[in-house]
Design a protein around this ligand. Structure first.
Ligand code: MD3
Ligand code: FE
Length: 204
């Protein structure tokens, strides 16, 4: 299932399929402790995807900026524990793509409803860009945009489906990327939603 899309970019199609139900049960449990919310960007725009986090560090945005922090700003409590199954999946996928020893300390969970999208951006809030990022798609399909090092590089489109896993590292780690608008649908396991789990090593 390993396909090399570009330097440092790997797609593991359906790699997470067999574990999807467990992953979705874990997402529901996490959301019970730290609910999905649409955060505000520093520019004052509400993001269209709803998010929550698990693990020691969580990614947040508000008028003050983008950052990782140990507390959920909505409750003041630490984020829910990252389930063992999440850590194992991320580690296994990274290993398949040639990045051994990847232990995530942050899992951002994005939930897209019809109409939600994520514009082209770079992930650069982490301390050490030597670690890869592992992303897992669940539920409805979406068109992913894989750009280059500069915002002006024309992105390639890749359809991401239920169970697909992407691993980004090395020369691709700071590449621009995003997803197009989610189209309405009804998935047997997630109904109207697409979930994306993004595993990162964000701290030291
Ligand atoms: C390429 N999420 O949370 S996942 C994000 O589908 C994010 O929810 C999208 O971009 C989503 O930041 C895309 C694939 C992905 C994740 C991280 C990357 C691609 C990446 C980091 C660097 C380059
Ligand atoms: Fe991103």
């Amino acid at each position: 299932w390993l396909e090399r899309e570009a330097d440092g970019v790997f797609v593991l199609r359906r790699f997470a399929s067999a574990r999807a139900k467990d992953l979705l049960d874990s997402i529901a449990e996490i959301a019970g402790q730290a609910s999905f919310r649409q955060m505000v960007t520093p520019g004052g725009h509400r993001m269209s995807a709803a998010m929550t986090c698990a693990g020691p560090l969580g990614w947040v945005t508000d008028r003050a900026g983008y950052r990782y922090q140990r507390q959920d700003p909505q409750t003041g409590r630490t984020w829910p524990t990252m389930p063992d199954g999440f850590i194992q999946l991320a580690e296994n996928a990274a290993e398949e793509a040639g990045f051994s020893g990847f232990v995530p300390d942050a899992c951002l969970i994005n939930r897209y409803q019809p109409g939600a999208k994520m514009g082209l951006h770079q992930d650069r809030d982490e301390q050490d860009f030597a670690w890869p990022i592992v992303s897992v798609s669940l539920g409805l399909p979406i068109v992913f945009q894989m750009g280059g090092r500069r915002r002006s590089d024309k992105p390639r489109r890749i359809l991401l489906e239920h169970g697909d896993v992407l691993v980004w590292g090395g020369p691709a780690r700071l590449n621009y990327h995003g997803v197009l608008t989610l189209k309405a649908g009804d998935h047997p396991l997630t109904g109207p939603y697409r979930y994306n789990l993004t595993f990162r090593r964000a701290g030291e």
